[in-house]
Design a protein around this ligand. Structure first.
Ligand SMILES: CC(=O)SCCNC(=O)CCNC(=O)[C@H](O)C(C)(C)COP(=O)(O)OP(=O)(O)OC[C@H]1O[C@@H](n2cnc3c(N)ncnc32)[C@H](O)[C@@H]1OP(=O)(O)O
Length: 209
């Protein structure tokens, strides 16, 4: 089977894990990575191509698949919107050791890391990261451009708004609604609805100044 060529956008730790995931499937050939800041020639065996200005010439060479390997939600959204407009297709990078229910709905440009679980009827929208060992239980919605960090547990029916970041090891009780572009600090326990554009931390999670 012919494998599709894909370019990785980003050269940090998140890119390394995405390279691992793509190498463990037979679906894609990684042509290289671009980076604005990391100019090392090699990242886990993948060659550095240049900064993002190289992308238009890659498109002319017929490379239309990309994986946006950037953890920061605002930057990842900006790149997603720009690259889709330019004709790229952000691919899904789903680890073979993640579990994704057949009734879950998964958007485009989604990353699901090793050991993550996405249970029945969950919705994972475009450009979302579900990080290592994180559990997204039944009927959760994770809106576009959000990042759920490693070891997070979302109980059933949780709603996460666009661009929200949930820090490592946090827990959220059932049916809670979290607004958009909000930050939940590492290790928080979210037991009430949380509004948009705030940072909360602690057990139970409260707004921090
Ligand atoms: C594979 C990967 O690595 S994915 C990336 C995963 N990364 C994460 O999960 C990081 C999550 N980030 C955090 O929890 C951060 O601490 C944030 C975003 C909540 C706050 O960051 P900053 O604004 O830089 O806060 P800062 O470090 O200055 O701390 C401010 C105060 O809040 C406290 N604080 C910070 N984070 C937390 C937290 N998670 N829980 C409780 N208190 C906290 C600090 O102790 C400090 O208190 P003090 O003023 O009494 O000393």
């Amino acid at each position: 089977m012919q494998r599709d060529k894909v370019v990785i956008i980003g050269g940090g730790g998140h890119a390394k894990v995405i390279i691992d995931i793509l190498n463990s499937s037979n679906r894609y050939d990684i042509v290289g990575f671009t980076s604005q800041s990391n100019h090392q020639q090699n990242l886990c065996g993948v060659q550095y191509l240049g900064d993002d200005s190289i992308l238009s010439s890659l498109m002319l060479e017929g490379i239309k698949y990309c994986s946006i390997a950037i953890g920061d939600n605002k930057i990842r959204k900006k790149l997603f919107d720009k690259l889709v407009k330019e004709g790229f297709t952000p691919i899904n990078a789903i680890s073979p050791s993640a579990y994704v229910s057949s009734s879950a709905r998964i958007g485009n440009g989604v990353v699901i890391m090793p050991g993550a679980v996405v249970n029945a009827s969950a919705i994972i929208e475009d450009n979302v990261i579900i990080n290592t060992l994180t559990g997204i239980d039944h009927d959760c919605t994770i809106s576009a451009h959000s990042h759920i960090a490693p070891g997070v547990s979302l109980a059933g029916g949780v709603f996460v708004g666009e661009g929200t970041f949930i820090g490592v090891g946090s827990s959220v009780i059932p049916e809670v609604k979290i607004g958009e572009w909000t930050v939940i600090g590492a290790g928080s326990a979210v037991v009430n609805d949380i509004s948009s554009h705030v940072t909360v931390v602690g057990v139970p999670a409260k707004k921090y100044i």
